[in-house]
Ligand binder design. Structure first.
Ligand code: ARG
Length: 466
């Protein structure tokens, strides 16, 4: 049950591969996506072949024309791979032969291998993908900054262990979700320095004997340099894993804010409302307005983590140099990229259209004895040792709980009963705004610190965009 061989490697075989092998081996259905990168790689390779004297100028020009023509046909969809073609490389070689003839197009494969090709193509793909992701990340940061700007001065409960802890500004909370994504942007920038290298010239594993200059290829591809080791160039996929990690981290950071949005728009919290066009209804419960975008974001992060984990498992234990296992690197990274690109526009829309209930946030900010730390620190300023201040404040909280009072509802006499140190002057720190503005150290929640944060974020995103 052998089938005809459209592959690039028929010579030493008496028959084609079995249908079962061909089906298993085939990657065209997903690596066709790299066709435009493969053609750019071919144009670059032609320069090296010409420079080394394997193509004269006329041949070079004719092949360049053929590549351009094929690129047009691929783009227009009039040239597509045959079902029997193993991969993008095989299909495109046929395309070039159809246009330029076997004699001329047959020269192109000299000095390159699918191994150095694919290692370079996936990098070129990821570099473009990184641009697109960065653009979406910047839109997300803008959405957070705009919400933070519009809600300057609104207090809310800050939590630890999901319990009321200390009041914070809503803007401070929102911007706390911006900085991890800034770090993800920086991770992409840093990754780019490593990914920006061509594997061309590595051949199958050991380099090539034809004296082709890989720098010419790298230059033509707009890449910054050439891999230092041909075996490493063709066999490592750490750059793919690293990219998949950054995409996973981006999705995990989106998942974290999603979890909060889901809580915020619940009846019990009532912190915020979702816009109609960024929420969904229920087929049976007419009253429902569901945070599906946030839930899908949370769900997709699991998928991206899976893509990364699968890829890492594929790489573990691979001996040098190229192994066919490496074909499994592409689908996970395509999927992570596509998932984020699908998610981001909806997610950014959801964030920019959230409407917060300022009164509710403000009224909840002091609840749950969230000003207790301020009481303890006020006592310290009166000269009480912090250990004692902590103890006294704890007793005051207990007194409030026993009598169903908030801290600011305790009378002067009762304050004195709890501790002689609790003088009426204490009341001035029992205000949310006082508590917030007092936290004026670098990175604190006071309004001037939050304004500083906003200014740096806006500066950062503007610089990144230009
Ligand atoms: N489809 C292969 C991959 O993605 C291309 C390289 C094939 N090389 C080989 N020696 N069969 O890794």
């Amino acid at each position: 049950m052998a089938q005809s061989n459209d592959a690039l490697w028929g010579g030493r075989f008496a028959g084609g591969p079995s249908e079962a092998l061909a089906a298993l081996s085939k990657s065209t259905h997903f690596d066709w996506r790299l066709a435009s990168y493969d053609l750019k790689g071919t144009s670059a390779h032609l320069i090296a072949l010409n420079a080394a004297g394997y193509l004269n100028d006329d041949e070079h020009a004719a092949l360049n024309k053929a590549v351009a023509e094929l690129a047009k046909r691929v783009e227009a969809g009039s040239f597509t791979p045959k079902p029997t073609e193993e991969d993008v490389h095989a299909a495109l070689e046929r395309g070039l032969i159809e246009i330029a003839g076997a004699q001329l197009a047959g020269k192109i494969r000299a000095g390159r291998s699918r191994n150095d090709q694919i290692a370079t193509l996936i990098r070129s793909f990821m570099l473009d993908a990184a641009d697109a992701i960065e653009e979406q990340l910047l839109n997300y940061l803008d959405a957070l900054c705009t919400q933070a700007e519009e809600h300057m001065g609104v207090a809310m409960p800050g939590r630890t262990h999901f319990q009321h802890a200390q009041p914070v500004l809503l803007s401070h909370h929102l911007l706390a979700h911006a900085w991890p994504q800034v770090r993800n942007l920086q991770r992409l920038e840093d990754w780019r320095r490593r990914a920006n290298k061509s594997a061309y010239g590595a051949g199958a594993l050991a380099g090539n004997t034809l004296g082709l200059d890989p720098k010419l290829v790298a230059e033509a591809l707009g890449l910054n340099g050439v891999s230092e080791n041909s075996m490493d160039a063709t066999s490592s996929r750490d750059l793919v894993a690293e990219f998949a990690f950054v995409l996973s981290m981006i999705s995990i950071d989106l998942s974290r804010i999603s979890e909060e949005v889901i809580a915020w728009v619940s009846y019990e919290f009532g912190y915020a409302k979702l816009a109609d066009d960024f929420s969904t209804g229920s087929s049976i419960m007419p009253q429902k307005k569901n945070p599906d975008i946030a839930e899908l974001a949370r769900g997709k992060s699991g998928r991206l983590i899976g893509n990364l984990a699968g890829l890492l498992a594929t790489l573990k234990g691979l001996p040098l140099s190229y192994n066919r296992d490496l074909q499994e690197d592409k689908e996970p990274v395509f999927d992570s990229f596509d998932s984020l690109m699908l998610l981001f526009p909806a997610f950014n829309g959801m964030i920019s259209t959230l409407t917060f209930d300022r009164e509710r946030l403000e009224s909840l900010a002091p609840k749950g004895f969230s000003l207790a730390t301020d009481v303890a620190e006020w006592l310290v300023k009166q000269g009480v040792v912090f250990r004692d201040a902590h103890e006294i404040t704890g007793e005051l909280v207990k007194f409030c709980e026993d009598n169903s009072l908030e801290l600011d509802q305790v009378s002067d006499e009762d304050l004195q009963k709890v501790s002689k140190h609790l003088k009426p002057d204490l009341r001035k720190v029992l205000r949310v705004s006082g508590s917030i503005e007092a936290r004026n150290g670098a990175g604190g929640t006071s309004s001037s610190q939050v304004v500083d944060q906003l200014v740096s974020l806006r500066k950062l995103t503007k610089a990144k965009r230009s």
